[in-house]
Design a protein around this ligand. Structure first.
Ligand code: PLP
Length: 393
């Protein structure tokens, strides 16, 4: 059976060039990067090179880059670090479309006295800047807003948020996990103080990420122990993974414009084919300021989970934003945030393209999808009732 992977926002494969670069660091250059002998020094050299590559990609200095276990860990460090430095108290501003790594962490901290203002996004999934600025208080200790959304791909006005934060002297953190390789980033121009990334979202290995922490911003240590990562994140240095992250981010910004337009052309083709061939389909999120590989649809009166599972039977991997909790389908909080009703917010399907997807793959997906949506609607009394007497639905 043909297999098509359209879930690159969940994770990507590791590119062969990345894997090749990593392999010697498993069993040839295997010294501990903290050891002073030549085996250790060789590993340390590779780690430093990777740190330089990460820094270069986002306009940072190498000593402002810390390697972590991934996006979730970097997000936790940024938020919990700032809260700790402020004695466990203070006010934080965020958006209503953050990843769970941010919003669940904030919910936890709210239980211990931290106050949180959650700013709405508009129908395109873009944060309302005037509301964000109005929410600033004397005791605001952090603004954390993601760079690009994982479900609808909306890209936030990060430079403007950075400017607001700087004008009020508030540290600004952005979760850029979905943005690396898709958005040009300059932490200086954008006034970013902290930035989270994760290699497995841009064709690097899983279990490794990084945090950019601007020089002079003090958030304390993440994990105590040895002196690795300048004492901020103790644990034996994961040399092969770090080398992989370095190579992956270097590739992510090589031929950037060319790759971005190629993938967005394919994504636009997919959207065109689906909207032309399936009635009562809604594209979620705006088309401006959107990740080039992201498409998100709601098929009226069809549950997203059912479409996803039926596509899986045809070898096609997509995802839904809705969570299937104890047998009932919960609507996507992101689709609700952009104003979709409960029905459409429960029928979201996210398709995220990767560099390997071909037009032929997309034609296969559209062909299967047309049939699946038609079948599911045939079984939906609600759809039949709503569209009684209509042809070709
Ligand atoms: N933030 C965003 C926006 C994400 O999409 C993800 C992963 O889906 C994460 C954070 C978590 O990253 P990781 O899987 O590296 O912990």
């Amino acid at each position: 059976m043909k297999r098509v992977y359209l879930d690159h926002a969940a994770t990507t494969y590791t590119k062969p060039e990345v894997l090749e670069e990593m392999l010697p660091y498993f069993n040839e250059v295997y010294g501990n990067a903290s050891s002073l002998h030549s085996f250790g020094r060789e590993a340390a050299r590779a780690v430093n090179e990777a740190r330089e590559k990460v820094a270069k990609a986002i306009g940072a200095k190498p000593h402002e880059i810390y390697f972590t276990g991934g996006g979730t860990e970097s997000d936790n460090w940024a938020i919990r670090g700032i809260v700790k430095k402020n004695g466990g108290k203070g006010h934080i501003i965020t958006s209503n479309i953050e990843h769970h790594a941010i919003d669940v962490t904030l919910e936890e901290l709210e239980k211990t006295g931290v106050e949180v203002s959650v700013i709405d996004v508009d129908e395109n999934g873009i944060i309302k800047l005037d509301e964000l600025e109005k929410a600033i208080r004397e005791d605001t200790i952090l603004i954390t807003v993601m760079m690009a959304n994982n479900e609808i791909g909306s890209i936030q006005p990060i430079a403007k948020i950075g400017e607001i934060a700087k004008n009020h002297n508030i540290p600004f953190h952005t979760d850029a996990v979905q943005a690396i390789g898709a958005v040009e980033i300059d932490v200086e121009k954008m006034n970013i103080d902290m930035l989270s990334m994760s290699a497995h979202k841009f064709y690097g290995p899983k279990g490794i990420g990084a945090m950019y922490l601007r020089e002079g911003v003090d958030i304390g240590k993440l994990i105590t122990g040895g002196a690795q990562e300048r004492g901020m994140r103790a644990a034996t240095t994961a040399t092969p993974l770090i080398v992989g992250l370095g190579k992956a981010i270097e590739l992510a910004y090589t031929n950037f414009e060319e790759k971005r337009s190629e993938i967005s052309n394919k994504r636009n083709y997919l959207i065109k084919k689906i909207t032309e061939n399936i009635p009562y389909v809604f594209v979620n999120g705006g088309m401006k300021n959107r990740l080039p590989n992201n498409a998100n649809f709601s098929f009226q009166h069809v549950e997203g989970e059912s479409v996803m599972l039926r596509l899986d039977l045809e070898g096609i991997a997509v995802s839904t934003g809705s969570a299937c909790a104890s047998g009932t389908v919960e609507a996507s909080k992101i689709l609700m945030a952009i104003g979709r009703d409960l029905n459409l917010a429960s029928s979201g399907i996210r398709m995220t393209l990767g560099e390997q997807n071909s037009y032929e793959d997309l034609d296969y997906v559209v062909e299967k999808l047309i049939k699946i949506v038609k079948d599911l609607r045939f079984m939906s009394p609600l759809f039949k009732e709503t569209h009684k007497g209509e042809q070709n639905v």
